[in-house]
Design a protein around this ligand. Structure first.
Ligand code: ATP
Length: 925
């Protein structure tokens, strides 16, 4: 019998789980042992042989391999002809291939690890379970078979499960079934047919699907690989690793440079052949030499390491960003976030702490402290018309669910009724809780025990619930007691007041006159001006209800009695003021799109110094009435949109994008998903965000904080600059290698570098030293500049001029060495001096590449330890190669004096570059 054919009782009995308490600790351990953890088995590792074969397919490696085979073939031929065969070159090339492949595999391994870590954080959702009689949050992977799990609007279902109860539950199962419309679920449905398709199993929910509406409770029936999603695990979504536009741009750049390098090498090869032919020196050796030099030149000119360096830089940086609480889900966001110029931000939780506390309660005509609240209607509204929970452990209070509702539960826990039922006043027409009533709530009948909110909730018979939504800005629950329906509504005060025609004042139900409404409104505005959020409460009793529940909400929420309102404080985050100042100085506009009221929102915007004399503050409704043209005229100046709905967000994002802005938008609700998807960078909230919004986002803020967005922008800009750094470094090496060889050819000089020497230079240019430039620390000036335009060329004019000027300087210095033996080495040493100088010029020039502007390179000299280490290691290797490289590298040991001369000579590139920087700083040209 299939699981969906079984009744709820059969399943619960099968797993021996008590539906009112969930599993106990012993059962959890047992079930975990028996059925395993709720995670997918890791995919099979690619074997090292496969990785090596894959790396050998890279065009550059392939060219080198062919070159090695040709030289080996030629020398074998010579050997068998009894001629002098020379295998050092071939061995050198094979070593270069080995190193290159090795470095590639290690780098790819590192970036794969980075993505695996990200995926595991991404996958890690919090699940609301009932265990040992308590509601608690656990990690998704810790959910076991038999667990009772609560699912709510916006949640991602953590495992497959049979529904035990449902309240208007709708689930988006498109990822499993392809069906885009949400499916209605119902725990009461009995399915007989064993072949019922997945989409028809309406009494079940499946891992990985999303709750788009309502609530439900499930008993977990399958986990990990055994879930329906596990069956199609390979199609699972994970962090997107496809190339970003900048990566593609850089790939193109690398290809164009490669093409130029190949053409240059081809020309040199032809010219060499021509020379050989005209000088009648045609021989195996001469052709082999010409061929090998051209190959080496291609290798040196082609920045084949660029894509790898870009990929690994991105990977390493996203790990660092995750450490700063910005979890990148889509690689592209890493770079886009650096060029955003508008942030549309939420207020609650992002700018504020989301630590809501009820400060005042207006009830029965008075403004009270929470501890003085006695209204039964308000208390039931706080506790029953809610989906939040508080988990009170010995020393800690954990809020689970909607923070506004948690604040209400907390406020309830401070009332007399909650503390000492015996102290409650007598029942009155205002609905004040009576002593007996309080005692009724206590499930064990012991009136010494404080009434818990769960006692009230459990004692109530909830008939129907209309969940809270940002559009309606209210929530309603209907309970039934002694044959009478109690309708409780809470929500934005405007909304709740509009539903009421009666009000309780001085324990009397009175007409809610316009005069009274104005008086209440004035009270509310006073509190809103102190940046407090106001929530209104109303109730109604009805004898008879006609019609289907989901169609009669408006009828129920009519002619209600206004019970009062609460003011809730939510302090600003400590670091948000500075973060906003940073945005301002870095050319980023901030717009606060909040669901809250205009007075509260304005007050917060003012506290954050977001408002100036030009600023426009509007309510969503006002802009709803405007045409796009009208809205565009004022869009730049709008800083606050109050009572904003998800559709408002979407419209603003689209208009901003249309006018050339690069827009980041934050969102937490299920209806924010379209705006998050549409934005250039969609940012979801890690703590309060629904799983739906996280799925639609590019970046998740693990701490929900606005200042983390600003940090992410800084990272984005830093990554971009780091790309520029190693591009600057690589291109200068390319230029020097190719031009020096060409100039030597033109001057009729012997080629200055051997193949193996060029391969070593290539390793420096494409390998770890270049990579370490991608790890440069963030510069202070990053947030003092305007954002980089999305379509700006990554090689700026400034960079190009530095590549050319420094390149020409090094080429001239190299030619002075080659042509004029300026360091005065003897003929034997000449080759070693030229080669060593060439390498040291690159190493010193790597320092020049660290600063993109005109700052001195000494200012941040010690900031990038990895770079210093890499350059230091390369320098030591160079000493070893020069002193002991002998035949292979065609070097001879140099004396200490000569070393000092070479170091001094090559250091001139730093002095030269510093002088230029100094003049540019001084005369700003
Ligand atoms: P922001 O958009 O700035 O983050 P928010 O997310 O709190 O603010 P919403 O959640 O859309 O905004 O809430 C909008 C309004 O709905 C609130 O100002 C409040 O009046 C009302 N509200 C919030 N939570 C609830 C709730 N659980 N039940 C009923 N009404 C609520």
């Amino acid at each position: 019998m299939e699981i969906f054919q079984k009744s709820i009782e059969e399943i619960l009995n099968g797993f021996q789980v008590d539906v009112s308490r969930g599993l106990n600790d012993v059962q959890v351990l047992e079930n975990e042992k028996k059925y395993g953890k709720n995670q997918f088995s890791p995919s099979e590792k690619v074997s090292i042989i496969k990785k090596i074969l894959e790396a050998l397919k890279e065009p550059m490696i392939f060219i080198l391999l062919i070159a090695a085979l040709i030289t080996i073939g030629m020398n074998l031929y010579k050997y068998f002809q009894g001629l002098h065969a020379e295998f050092t070159e071939s061995i050198g090339i094979l070593i270069a291939i080995g190193l290159s492949v090795g470095i590639n595999i290690i780098m790819e391994g590192r970036s794969q690890k980075a993505f695996d870590t990200l995926n595991s954080i991404n996958e890690d959702i919090k699940v609301k379970v009932l265990r040992n009689g308590d509601i608690q949050y656990i990690h998704k992977k810790d959910v076991v078979i038999g667990d009772i799990v609560k699912i709510d609007t916006g949640d991602k279902v953590p495992a497959d499960g049979r529904l035990i109860d449902t309240l208007q539950l709708k689930v988006d199962e498109s990822m499993l079934t392809g069906e885009s419309a949400p499916v209605d679920k119902d725990s009461d449905i009995i399915i007989k047919e064993p072949k019922t398709s997945l989409s028809e199993r309406k009494n079940m929910v499946f891992a990985g699907t999303f709750v788009t509406y309502g609530q439900g409770t499930i008993v977990v029936t399958s986990i990990g690989d055994k879930t329906e999603m596990g069956n199609i695990a390979e199609e699972l979504k994970s962090t997107e690793t496809k190339s970003t536009p900048l990566q593609e741009k850089l790939d193109k750049l690398a290809k164009s440079i490669s093409l130029l390098g190949i053409i240059a090498a081809g020309l040199i090869f032809s010219y060499e052949l021509f020379k050989i032919y005209t000088s009648n020196s045609l021989s195996f050796d001469t052709i082999q030499n010409a061929f090998m030099t051209s190959i080496a030149l291609i290798v040196a000119a082609v920045p084949e390491g660029l894509p790898t360096v870009v990929a690994i830089t991105l990977a390493l940086n996203i790990i660092k960003m995750a450490g700063s609480n910005a979890l990148v889900r889509k690689l592209v966001a890493c770079e886009t976030i650096g060029s955003i110029n508008v942030i549309c931000s939420d207020k609650t939780g992002t700018l504020t702490k989301n630590q809501m506390t009820v400060i005042d309660i207006w009830n029965n005509g008075d403004l009270l402290n929470p501890s003085d609240l006695k209204s039964r209607f308000m208390i039931e509204n706080f506790t029953i018309n809610s989906t939040a929970d508080i988990n009170i452990q010995e020393n800690s209070v954990k809020f689970i669910g909607n923070p506004t509702e948690c604040a209400l539960l907390k406020a309830f826990s401070e009332t007399d009724c909650s503390r000492e039922p015996a102290q409650c006043s007598n029942y009155s027409s205002s609905g004040t809780i009576c002593e007996a009533k309080c005692r009724d709530y206590v499930s064990d009948g012991n009136n010494e025990v404080a009434v818990d909110y769960t006692d009230i909730r459990n004692a109530a018979e909830v008939i129907y619930q209309y969940p809270f939504s940002s559009e309606k800005k209210s929530m309603t629950t209907v309970t039934k007691e002694d044959g009478i329906y109690n309708v409780y509504t809470k929500g934005s005060p405007e909304k709740v007041i509009s539903l009421c025609d009666k009000i309780i004042i001085n324990d009397e139900v009175q007409d809610f006159t316009d005069e009274l409404k104005e008086k209440i409104n004035n009270e509310i505005i006073k509190l809103q001006k102190q940046a407090k959020r106001i929530l209104g409460f109303s109730h109604r009793n009805i004898d008879e209800v006609k019609g289907e529940w989901n169609k009669i909400q408006n009828k129920l929420e009519d002619s209600m009695i206004f019970d009062g309102f609460v003011s809730i404080a939510d302090p600003l985050r400590d670091d948000v003021y500075d973060a906003i100042e940073k945005c301002k100085s870095s050319g980023i506009n901030i717009k606060m799109l909040t669901g809250d009221n205009i007075v509260t929102a304005t007050s917060i915007a003012k506290q954050l110094n977001m408002v100036n004399e030009d600023s426009i503050i509007v309510e969503a409704q006002q802009i709803d009435e405007m045409s796009d043209e009208e809205l565009l005229k004022i869009l730049d100046k709008i800083v606050v949109i109050a009572r904003s709905k998800p559709l408002t967000k979407m419209r603003i994002v689209n208009l901003l994008k249309k006018t050339g802005n690069v827009v980041a938008v934050t969102g937490d609700g299920i209806n924010d998903a379209p705006a998050l998807k549409n934005a250039d960078v969609g940012i979801a909230m890690g703590i309060t965000g629904t799983e739906v919004s996280k799925e639609a986002s590019d970046i998740i803020l693990l701490d929900d904080s606005f200042s983390t967005i600003v940090k992410a922008v800084e990272w984005g800009r830093g990554i971009y600059e780091n790309f520029q750094r190693f591009i600057q470094f690589q291109l200068t090496v390319n230029l020097i290698a190719v031009v020096t060889v060409i100039v030597c050819e033109i001057l009729g000089k012997e080629l200055p570098f051997t193949t193996i020497q060029l391969l070593w230079v290539n390793l420096i240019m494409d390998g770890p030293p270049a990579l370490s430039l991608g790890l440069e620390a963030l510069r202070e000036h990053l947030m003092e500049k305007e954002p980089v335009k999305r379509d700006a060329n990554i090689i700026t004019g400034h960079m190009l001029s530095r590549i050319i000027v420094n390149g020409i300087f090094i080429i001239i210095m190299m030619m002075l060495l080659i042509n004029n033996n300026i360091l005065g080495g003897n003929a034997q040493q000449q080759n070693a001096i030229i080669f060593t100088s060439f390498v040291l010029f690159q190493l010193f020039n790597a320092f020049n590449s660290r600063e993109l502007e005109d700052e001195s390179i000494f200012k941040n000299l010690l900031k990038n330890k990895a770079m210093l280490l890499m350059i230091g290691l390369t320098f030591i290797l160079q000493i070893i190669i020069t002193q002991f490289g002998g035949e292979i590298f065609r070097t001879v040991p140099l004396s200490l004096t000569m070393w000092l001369k070479v170091i001094g000579y090559t250091f001139t590139v730093v002095i030269f570059s510093e002088l230029i920087r100094f003049f540019r700083r001084t005369f700003s040209f």
